[in-house]
Ligand binder design. Structure first.
Ligand SMILES: Nc1nc2c(ncn2[C@@H]2O[C@H](COP(=O)(O)OP(=O)(O)OP(=O)(O)O)[C@@H](O)[C@H]2O)c(=O)[nH]1
Ligand SMILES: Nc1nc2c(ncn2[C@@H]2O[C@H](COP(=O)(O)OP(=O)(O)OP(=O)(O)O)[C@@H](O)[C@H]2O)c(=O)[nH]1
Ligand SMILES: [Mg+2]
Ligand SMILES: [Mg+2]
Lengths: 280, 300
């Protein structure tokens, strides 16, 4: 009936507002709403509950489609080399502390590489995390070449038969050409020293980030390669919806979620939980 | 300075003799999309569109009446875009980089905000700016939680030749109170409190900020906000403002390519001014906020 159709328009607008307010973005929201609209008309649906379920399913589909298992491939090469990259202040160093802790619980021997040689007390900050999480740290003096620290850490890893090397990099806005080039150089050095390295490049995205997060992901994907996303600060009020657009447009899997500032506050990404929290 | 969002609107309106409601509504759809893509808060966008429509409708009536049989002087698309830009500059402004100064005692500046927004770096930038204007500064490390936070501020202090008050594991409220005494003893003009990043929903830590405010009575409380923040800018700024009655915002990391719609959002929902902007990592990358520089960036 035409009355039923009118209800759906208002309900669709309310749901559109929820999606926009969670930073899912205009284009992705339009696509989700459009698909939902077609399904409603096709199935002659008329209640908000059915519509909400359709929208949730659509978002889950975007998040889970095409992404091979979140487990990084069991690599025979040792050490596995993980770069952690992203713009300033998003939680890279803290995430490395958490990741090291998670790996150490699995019995892995981890070396952290202090390749942020630029920011005040960045090395000291990583040292605290290394101590807390049971990793060994490789560092050089403040201001030294990040690639030189990387090289040393890969040497050390081979010498000590470490399982994983996690590389902390300086925060960098993707618009800074020379800083992005620095990452490319580090990738080259890693690949020369360890076959297939870096095996994992984790882009850290702050859950409060708006549409610039998609531009960040595109840039880092292009310049340094990105094999997975860590979304941090999801313990706040921000919904982190930008990762839906990132997944939809770039198909980068979301691997980890930061939910606090302590060592244990890192969990594997779960699409169902994420989608439920969008609407809570 | 129009980029593709507004080029679209210009093309749509080009060649029209006049604006009417239908044409305005159509152009407003493009404005809505552009502002949401720029991270302006959803409800702030709605309000902006209403204001612009009202002015645009008013303008068409005025122009029609004034130029009864003559050709309209301003092209409709230019008029519409000017209304949008003027409205945005009007909402963002006026310029206000003022600091409340204490005539008899050290002036206090308290920096607060979410984790990673740039508070510690901004403390250094603020100190450098004040020193450039002949003021002496004391930096206070009130973040006792983050690994090497005190060390970070000490490095900044030594780069500037500024003393840093710090005490590992001490209560931040006490640190700030004691720092004021140090500033009085040493006859220092300005004290800057660098606080730990925190979530606005963290009851314990928000109470800590209220306690620092109550015990030290800072003349200036600035909310340091990352310019790439999205829709959460509304929740965040309202929560901090409600608890602390902030004096203004400092938007950081504007040297990137974020459109910065949060600038409009936080100003609109709290009424508090944007005082300064951070435009780089080094301590000289800091300036007063001037709205005209950001209107076209946000509008697109
Ligand atoms: N609430 C919350 N805070 C977090 C989370 N992850 C990191 N943080 C905080 O965010 C702030 C910045 O974290 P860092 O690890 O220094 O971020 P970074 O990306 O290494 O920063 P730069 O190296 O300066 O670019 C710190 O206060 C962390 O405690 C999280 O999941 N939740
Ligand atoms: N590009 C750029 N980077 C900035 C700017 N302001 C701060 N940063 C960087 O952002 C990151 C976080 O800065 P901090 O000063 O540690 O942030 P914070 O708010 O004190 O962080 P917490 O104490 O953990 O809450 C660092 O890498 C800074 O160098 C800016 O205006 N532009
Ligand atoms: Mg770091
Ligand atoms: Mg800090």
């Amino acid at each position: 009936t035409s009355v039923g159709k009118k209800i759906d328009e208002n309900v669709l607008e309310d749901l559109e507002a929820i999606l926009i307010k969670s930073d899912i973005g205009v284009a992705t929201t339009e696509e989700i709403i459009e698909r939902a609209r077609r399904e409603i008309e096709r199935d002659k649906l008329n209640d908000r509950e059915a519509l909400l379920r359709i929208i949730k399913e659509e978002i889950k589909r975007i998040l889970m489609e095409n992404s091979e298992s979140v487990e990084s491939k069991e690599i025979d090469v040792k050490p596995q080399v993980i770069f952690v990259v992203g713009v300033n202040g998003v939680g890279k160093t803290t995430t490395i502390g958490k990741l090291t802790y998670a790996l150490s619980l699995e019995g892995k021997r981890v070396i952290v590489c202090a390749s942020d040689t630029f920011r005040a007390a960045a090395i000291e900050q990583l040292e605290v995390w290394a101590k807390r999480s049971g990793a060994e740290i490789v560092k050089k003096s403040h201001g030294s070449d990040p690639a030189a620290v990387l090289y040393d850490s890969l040497e050390m890893a081979k010498k000590k038969d470490a399982d994983v090397v996690i590389v902390d990099t300086a925060g960098r806005l993707h618009t800074k050409v020379n800083l992005m080039k620095e990452l490319e150089k580090m990738s080259r050095i890693a690949s020369k020293k360890v076959e297939g390295a870096p095996h994992e490049v984790l882009l850290v995205i702050d859950a409060t980030t708006g549409q610039n997060g998609l531009i960040q992901a595109k840039s880092f994907l292009e310049k340094s390669g990105v094999t997975g996303i860590v979304v941090t600060k999801l313990d706040g009020t921000a919904k982190g919806g930008i990762i839906v657009s990132i997944k939809r447009e770039l198909n980068i899997p979301i691997k980890w979620v930061g939910i606090g500032e302590k060592m244990e506050d890192l969990i594997r990404f779960d699409a169902d939980d994420f989608v439920e929290s969008l609407f809570s | 300075t129009l980029s593709k969002g507004f080029k679209n609107i210009k093309n749509k309106l080009q060649g029209l003799e006049e604006l009417n409601e239908r044409v305005i509504d159509d152009a407003l759809q493009d404005v809505k999309r552009s502002l949401l893509e720029a991270d302006v808060a959803f409800d702030v966008v709605k309000k902006f569109l209403r204001n612009v429509k009202e002015k645009a409708m008013g303008e068409t009536v005025r122009v029609k009446v004034k130029h009864k049989d003559k050709k309209i002087k301003i092209k409709p698309e230019d008029m519409f875009i000017k209304i949008c830009e003027d409205e945005l500059v009007n909402l963002l402004g006026p310029v206000d980089a003022s600091l409340k100064i204490n005539e008899y005692e050290p002036t206090k500046i308290m920096l607060v905000g979410l984790q990673g927004s740039g508070k510690t770096t901004t403390a250094g930038k603020m100190a450098k700016l004040l020193m450039k204007n002949g003021k002496s500064v004391l930096l206070v490390a009130a973040d006792v939680y983050r690994p090497a936070a005190i060390e970070q501020l000490k490095v900044i202090g030594s780069q500037l030749g500024v003393d840093v008050v710090a005490k590992e594991g001490e209560n931040p409220v006490k640190i700030c109170k004691d720092a004021i005494e140090v500033a009085k003893e040493k006859n220092i003009d300005v004290v800057i409190f660098d606080t730990a990043g925190r979530l606005a929903i963290d009851e314990v830590l928000m109470k800590e900020l209220e306690e620092i405010k109550k015990e030290t009575n800072p003349e200036n409380i600035f909310l340091v906000c990352d310019a790439m923040i999205g829709q959460d800018a509304v929740n965040m700024s309202m929560a901090f403002d409600k608890r602390l009655d902030v004096d203004g915002f400092i938007m950081t990391k504007l040297d990137g390519d974020t459109r910065g719609g949060a600038i409009l959002s936080v100003k609109e929902v709290t009424g508090k001014p944007i005082k300064f902007v951070g435009i780089g990592e080094s301590l000289d990358k800091f300036e007063e906020f001037r709205p005209e520089g950001y209107a076209s960036r946000i509008l697109g």
